[in-house]
Design a protein around this ligand. Structure first.
Ligand SMILES: Nc1ncnc2c1ncn2[C@@H]1O[C@H](COP(=O)(O)OP(=O)(O)O)[C@@H](O)[C@H]1O
Ligand SMILES: [Mg+2]
Length: 234
């Protein structure tokens, strides 16, 4: 076990965004959380990160080892900052010399498929995929063990989506990470996840191996979700 959540609940007014959610995450796995928009996935992620305070419930594990990558890299990267300043922020809790910081930034840019000459650019001078690579690099520079990827490829077009998923597979191995991959895109999830948790109206209604969820979904809602994703061809 690397992380465990029990009885997590969070309401906004009368909306129970997250409702008595419990689950365990195992070292090195890729746990995907699926569910339609509004089912509480992002709220759950923010509770795990400590960006929101739970009304009830507790988390076991090292919160400082969790990092998050958000859906929209444009709004998660400060437009007035260069890539260098954006990445440097990752070092705020580490005591590193300027030289060591530059070395690590250069290496990390390479690890995410970019080059060191990106350091002087601003977010608007990057493509969507490049911005998401910067967000991933920033997260990795804090030495996380767990990466929460909240719709991290959802705003990218399909080809770029594929490139970023390939990158995520690669760095997961390289940095020995555990993923909590949040997505409403079941096509991405099917090829990528080890286990799947299905969220509906703030609750995890079903959880199982990727094979189980796709081939023997127990809940009617899960069946509908899978059918809707693969039924139509556009
Ligand atoms: N800061 C907030 N204030 C009020 N309601 C919120 C807030 N954040 C989320 N919600 C509500 O909580 C529910 C779950 O939202 P969210 O966790 O963003 O779902 P998802 O990520 O699955 O789309 C929704 O009904 C949403 O409107
Ligand atoms: Mg969300």
């Amino acid at each position: 076990m690397i992380l465990s959540v029990s009885g997590f609940s969070k309401s906004f007014g009368t909306v129970r965004a997250v409702d008595q959610v419990s689950f365990t995450v195992y070292q090195g796995e890729n746990l995907c959380i699926i569910g339609e928009s509004g089912s509480g996935k992002s709220t759950l992620a923010k509770l795990m990160m400590g960006l929101l305070k739970a009304d009830k419930g507790k988390l076991e594990g090292d919160r400082r080892s969790i990092q998050m990558v958000f859906q929209d890299p444009y709004s998660s990267l400060d437009p007035l900052w260069t890539v260098r300043s954006i990445l440097k922020e990752a070092f705020c809790r580490q005591k590193l010399s300027v030289k060591e910081q530059h070395k690590q930034m250069g290496q990390m840019l390479l690890a995410v498929g970019l080059s060191a000459d990106m350091l002087n650019r601003f977010p608007h001078e990057l493509s969507g995929g490049e911005r998401q690579r910067i967000a991933i690099a920033r997260a990795l520079l804090t030495n996380p063990k767990i990466l929460i990827l909240d719709e991290a490829v959802s705003s990218l077009d399909v080809l770029v989506q594929k490139q970023i998923v390939d990158l995520l597979v690669d760095i997961k191995r390289q940095f020995q990470l555990t993923y909590i991959f949040i997505s409403h895109n079941l096509r991405v999830v099917r090829n990528f996840s080890d286990r799947i948790a299905v969220m509906h109206q703030g609750k995890i209604i079903e959880m199982g191996s990727t094979h189980e969820i796709f081939n023997q979904p127990q809940q009617k809602y899960t069946q509908q979700l899978i059918q809707a994703a693969f039924d139509y061809h556009v």
